[in-house]
Design a binder for this molecule. Structure first.
Ligand code: NAD
Length: 292
């Protein structure tokens, strides 16, 4: 098995910055890549803020924090991936975007490097088949926020080798995460169960069964969920929620997965949740205010 020393992460959004954070904290050298300089700037601030929070909670030492920051480099040029042992793609949940990234990764990384995708829903077998090394390709589905959440869903494509799977298990262990194995079917386990619930919450809003606050309060106090489904949707990103529903709808060809038109409308408006300041709630002031 190729020993993992250097990890390249593509996409510096909500997930990419978290993946870079936990990998660097575990001692790996990390290169974080994005097409947007702004995203990299924002990721740097987020990583530093989250590391400071971990220090103040005495989860890590100040030395571990500075070591972690020093181990992360950032750039917009994938040529910097020439010596990575593993590349983890965590870019926008759109298959054509990911396919293009893997085309570049095949060129930029050594032939011995493993390739992984953090996709929430897209077929690992299909993504792997667009590369020159489907046997070294695997799904590593981290949860948001990565430094806090315990789980990595590991998805093997049809061609994924046992060695690649062993690499994933060793990585998860070093990151102090727990693995759940999922078969490579649309949206795997977590989002196959979670996303239809979120979509149904949007339908209850769309049909006027409840208000944003009513639906979230009902599910928090009535089903003991730590977060209401609409609050959670905003946290995940409404564009990501919609893309996952589309993958379920297309991949399983069952009308029960049809995305709610209201979810589509929010995405069309660019109201994508916390990351854009507005979704089912407006986050532009200190206290979030429901937008319906
Ligand atoms: P995000 O919108 O916060 O970030 C996506 C980033 O990808 C952006 O910074 C964008 O500039 C970058 N990007 C787009 N095209 C690129 C390219 N060609 N090269 C390099 N960077 C590019 O999205 P996110 O929430 O971080 O989600 C990223 C991935 O993680 C998606 O596949 C999503 O399904 C998955 N995921 C998301 C969550 C969640 O809760 N948000 C949880 C688990 C997995």
């Amino acid at each position: 098995m190729t020993e993992i020393r250097q990890i390249g992460v593509v996409g510096a959004g909500q997930m990419g910055n978290g993946i870079a954070h936990v990998c660097a904290l575990a001692g790996y050298d990390v290169i974080l890549n994005d097409i947007s300089e702004d995203a990299l700037e924002k990721a740097k601030k987020t990583i530093e803020r989250n590391l400071h929070r971990q220090v103040s909670k005495e989860l890590i030492t100040p030395d571990e924090m500075t070591g972690t920051i020093d181990r992360i480099s950032m750039n917009t040029d994938m040529a910097s991936f020439a010596a990575v042992d593993l590349a983890i793609e965590a870019a926008t949940e759109k298959e054509p975007v990911k396919v293009k990234i893997f085309e570049s990764l095949v060129q930029a990384t050594p032939k011995s490097a493993y390739l992984a995708s953090n996709t929430s829903s897209i077929s690992i077998t299909r993504l792997a088949s667009t590369t020159d090394r489907p046997e070294r390709f695997i799904g590593l589905h981290f949860m948001n926020p990565v430094p806090v959440m315990q789980l990595i869903e590991v998805i093997r494509g049809l061609a994924t080798s046992h060695e690649t799977y062993e690499m994933a298990l060793a990585l998860a262990k070093r990151l102090n995460k727990t693995v759940a194995n999922a078969e490579d079917f649309p949206a795997f386990i977590v989002n196959r169960v979670l996303m239809p619930m979120i979509n149904e919450a949007v339908y209850t809003l769309y049909e006027g069964v409840g208000t944003v606050e009513g639906i979230d309060t009902a599910m928090k106090l009535g089903a003991n969920h730590p977060m209401g489904p609409l609050q959670l949707a905003d946290f995940i990103g409404l564009d990501t929620c919609l893309s996952i529903m589309q993958v379920l709808h297309d991949g399983l060809a069952d009308t029960k997965y049809r995305p709610c038109p209201l979810l589509v409308k929010y995405v069309e408006a660019g109201w994508l949740g916390r990351k854009t300041g507005r979704g089912f709630y407006d986050y532009r002031d200190e206290i979030p205010v429901p937008t319906r």
